[in-house]
Design a protein around this ligand. Structure first.
Ligand code: ATP
Length: 666
């Protein structure tokens, strides 16, 4: 290797001290070598060790392009699955050449780190010399820097294939790098990797483009009629008036040559009817048709035909805009890398929620325990469920446990389960606890702050040893689940007061997410409309909400948050009949706020989901009915809840309220 390195150094020196042959297929490499010596003052005989930035600095680089990184991650993971067995690893650097994401085989960790194929490595040409990333940053085109094409002799064992990634405005944003520590001598061996890298780079860039223009219409164009729905590599984003607001790399390269250039600026601002010899009505017709299989548009310059499909804006509009007479068709389109429908549904443009969703999407499948904080009714369980549905465990169980509503006497057996005959009154076959029921899926522990101290200790053991010991069992059972906990209290106060174990607290709060209260949210209208639509589902026809009633709903303080909103709308729908919900259909308290009384709707807030059932004239459970049902169902909570037509949590809550204890726990 030493002689190989010496030979390499001699070769570099000879190239840079002679005029570069522009016709040589290696001219790009040679020009880079010349830059290294003449512009950056690098010395080929002095190898530079890999420079890995400290994690705080890496974090700062990551934060600059945080949303893009999440999109890119999905693409990287997908590609890694295809090339991992061939010995490749993947890097993503920002426009400064700093590695901001990385996927490699952990077994080669130290070797990869030494080679700089690692998170935080600086691959700028000015530091690392000619290399896949650094030279791609200068050339802004896909390249393979194979073995001795590297400038620095320490890198001549590597093969690195890279592709640039541009932001939706055409500015260089990142470089995608696929590298291997060892490879065959011939550069041709990297041919397929070169194409795969460019293909994934385009997919990531396009997913980012779709995310950026999610509020706009997207026109996808392709030359293959069967593929345009899923891989139209030419995309234009346009607004309701048919004005182009964005063009992806494919569109900038192919359409309207006089407008070419990385910025694509000359395409942006033009109307579609100017760029295409196809009238705007025909483009709206494509949107309505919802498919691009047999429709084409003709570009005016150069005159070319493309198969076309139109994707509707992905961000939800207001109810009024959805009802308005506008094209609303959604064409068939592949799920983009950043789409998490369950999470996306939770918000409609509130900045705090948007930030939270960005974080949440990054945490999906990352084995980080999440602690959700928020006022009662602010949607903690709904958020936890959406995280579960967005994860690879979505098909496995989501088990929700409300630690505050299960009587203390029952919580242990409910959580851990028990073996047959472990105590009198228990079910003869024993019971599988909720922790075991969550195996493979997610365990959601609501009101975790109310978990009794002795159970915290047992639960901590479950988390650290990944096994559970049911009551009366001799051997623990292995269990694998994700924990999401929630609380409306400040758990740190509980830790300080000695009622919550500090070690459990730190176990649970791998990431803390604070849900805003409904009164603080900027997307109240969206929530009102989506809860209203939800509640109106199944009703023959509903006529919406009158403007005056909407105004009241928007200005009310919602102490019971989204739960209270749901209750109010369910109530209003029940009494509004066929007409729209008007001010008269809203509970009195909401109207009173308008009259200046300002009395909050504490009643509904406190009563929770059952409260509105009472208000709407549906039976509440009384103590006698509850007790009879429990006895009839041999104290099986699930059967009793089905019998009473309420959820299990309600049965627990009411048992607690009426101080009903099962015979086996007395
Ligand atoms: N984003 C949302 N869109 C529509 N409905 C929602 C949303 N978030 C919450 N809800 C509704 O609000 C109600 C309360 O939600 P959830 O049970 O998740 O709140 P929570 O914060 O867990 O409440 P608690 O603190 O009482 O446990 C439910 O009826 C739920 O369907």
């Amino acid at each position: 290797m030493i002689s190989e390195r010496t030979q390499h150094i001699d070769n570099v020196v000879s190239v840079v001290t002679n005029p570069i042959d522009e016709a040589s297929e290696k001219s790009r490499v040679y020009k880079s070598w010349a830059r290294c010596v003449n512009d950056y003052g690098l010395d080929p005989s002095r190898p530079t060790p890999a420079r890995i930035l400290p994690s705080q600095e890496v974090r700062e680089h990551q934060q600059q392009i945080e949303e893009f990184l999440r999109v890119a991650r999905s693409g990287m993971e997908d590609m890694y699955r295809r090339v991992a067995d061939l010995g490749y690893m993947l890097l993503l650097t920002d426009a400064a050449g700093i590695t901001v994401d990385y996927i490699g085989n952990p077994a080669w960790d130290s070797e990869l780190r030494a080679a700089g194929l690692y998170l935080g490595a600086d691959w700028n040409e000015a530091h690392a010399g000619t290399c896949g990333v650094g030279t791609c940053l200068i050339e802004q085109t896909p390249i393979t820097c194979h073995q001795a094409e590297h400038f620095d002799a320490t890198h001549i064992g590597l093969t690195c294939t890279t592709a640039p990634l541009f932001d939706p405005n055409g500015k260089l944003l990142a470089v995608f790098d696929v590298s291997a520590l060892r490879s065959p001598r011939a550069k041709d061996s990297q041919h397929l990797v070169f194409h795969l890298t460019s293909m994934y780079a385009q997919m990531i860039e396009d997913a980012n483009f779709l995310r950026h223009f999610r509020k706009n219409w997207i026109l996808r164009l392709g030359k293959s009629c069967g593929l345009v729905d899923v891989s139209g590599d030419t995309m234009l984003a346009f607004d309701d008036d048919g004005l182009i607001v964005g063009a992806n790399t494919g569109a900038r390269a192919k359409l309207w040559p006089s407008a070419r250039g990385r910025q694509g600026g000359a395409l942006v601002g033009r109307s579609l009817s100017e760029v295409f010899a196809t009238p705007m009505e025909a483009i709206w017709r494509i949107a309505r048709a919802g498919t691009g299989l047999d429709v084409s548009v003709t570009c005016s310059e150069p005159r070319e035909h493309y198969y076309a499909t139109v994707v509707a804006p992905r961000e939800k509009g207001s109810l009024t805009s959805l009802l308005a007479d506008r094209p609303v068709a959604v064409s068939t389109v592949a799920r983009s890398a950043d789409s998490f429908p369950a999470l996306d549904r939770l918000a409609g443009g509130d900045p705090a929620m948007d930030r939270l969703l960005v974080q949440a999407k990054r945490l999906v499948d990352r084995k980080v325990n999440i602690l959700i904080h928020g006022e009662t009714g602010s949607g903690k369980e709904v958020f936890a469920k959406a995280l579960h549905e967005s994860s690879s465990r979505a098909r496995m169980p989501f088990i929700a446990v409300n630690c505050a509503s299960i009587p203390e006497s029952l919580i242990e057996s409910e959580l851990f389960g028990y073996t047959p005959g472990s105590f009198t009154g228990g079910k003869s076959k024993g019971m599988k606890g909720l922790i075991l029921q969550a195996h493979g899926g997610t365990l959601f522990l609501d009101e975790i702050g109310d978990m009794p101290l002795h159970l915290q200790t047992r639960f901590l053991r479950v988390l650290s040893e990944s096994e559970v010991l049911p009551l009366g069992a001799e051997r623990p059972i292995p269990v694998d689940f994700t924990v999401i906990a929630a609380t409306h209290r400040d758990l740190r106060d509980r830790v300080a007061a000695g009622t919550f174990r500090e070690d459990l607290y730190y176990r649970l709060c791998g990431a803390t997410m604070s849900l805003p209260a409904l009164r603080e949210r900027a997307d109240k209208r969206y929530l009102i409309e989506s809860v209203f639509n939800d509640e109106a589902k199944g009703l023959t026809e509903h006529a919406g909400i009158s403007a005056e009633a909407m105004e009241l709903l928007l200005t009310y303080s919602w102490p019971g948050n989204i739960r209270e909103l749901r209750n109010v709308l369910r109530f209003a729908l029940a009494i509004s009949g066929d007409g729209p919900v008007t001010v008269d259909d809203l509970p009195q308290e909401i109207g009173m706020q308008r009259l200046g009384h300002g009395r909050p709707l504490q009643l509904q807030a406190r009563l929770g989901d059952e409260g509105i059932a009472m208000a709407a004239g549906v039976d509440d459970i009384d103590a006698e009915r509850l007790l009879n049902s429990l006895k009839r169902n041999k104290w099986n909570i699930t059967l009793a809840s089905q019998d009473l037509k309420v959820c299990r949590a309600t049965v627990y809550r009411q048992m607690k309220r009426f101080k009903i204890t099962p015979p086996n726990h007395q």
